[in-house]
Design a binder for this molecule. Structure first.
Ligand code: SIN
Ligand code: FE2
Length: 204
């Protein structure tokens, strides 16, 4: 079953099989040895409850200077690891068959982490969707509209679910109210990993 809306938002529950989830998790954890998860600081000076790293040519970064994409990790200074093939294949199938993603943001949520309502708008070209993959504990995800005070809907994102912010929904506000600790046994020690594929730089 999949949910598609006229806004272009798509939710594909269980798009990744348990074996695919495990393989992707193993790859993410191995690559996170090279590019560790960091609690970055917002431009306002607050440490984020979500720990982040990135894969691909560009990684999303925040610090006192603002939000932006950078070619290297903020603390190691090394280039980001490559985006896993299972994710670039999903992008080719679901997001864009011609232009590859150039950034994959990886968020790690422990039992107390959350993400406030925001728009993804640090990318150059909003014609490309944002493709999101959930692993581990279920998230209570909130999806609003283009304006900050538009009505919002809440939905659960479980391990293996894939969703797309495409079309008009590309600029919809969204966030994670909380995660449901203990809802998955995929990640040793619990927690949730969300991977979002983006096209950050102009495509030509
Ligand atoms: C994000 O908006 O970067 C993450 C969304 C999610 O964790 O599902
Ligand atoms: Fe986002």
């Amino acid at each position: 079953m999949s949910l598609s809306t006229t806004s272009g938002f798509r939710l594909l529950p269980g798009r990744l099989s348990p074996d695919q989830q495990k393989a992707l998790l193993d790859e993410v954890l191995a690559k996170a040895q090279e590019a560790p998860f960091v609690h970055q600081v917002t431009p306002g000076g607050k440490p984020m409850s979500v720990a982040m790293t990135s894969f691909g040519p560009l990684g999303w970064t925040t610090d006192a200077k603002g939000y932006r994409y950078e070619p290297s990790h903020p603390t190691t200074g090394r280039f980001w690891p490559a985006i896993p093939t299972i994710l670039t294949d999903l992008w080719t199938e679901l997001a864009d068959p011609h232009v590859p993603p150039d950034a994959c943001l990886i968020n790690f949520y422990n039992a107390d982490a959350r993400m406030g309502l925001h728009q993804d708008k640090d990318e150059a070209d909003f014609r490309f969707p944002v493709l999101s993959v959930s692993l581990g504990d279920t998230a209570v995800f909130r999806l609003g509209g283009a304006r900050r005070n538009d009505p919002t809907a809440s939905m659960k994102l479980a391990s293996g679910d894939v969703c797309l912010l495409a079309g008009a929904s590309r600029l919809f506000h969204h966030g994670v109210d909380r995660i449901l600790p203990g809802s998955s046994r995929l990640i040793p020690g619990g927690g949730r990993i969300n991977l979002t594929l983006r096209r950050a730089a102009p495509s030509s």
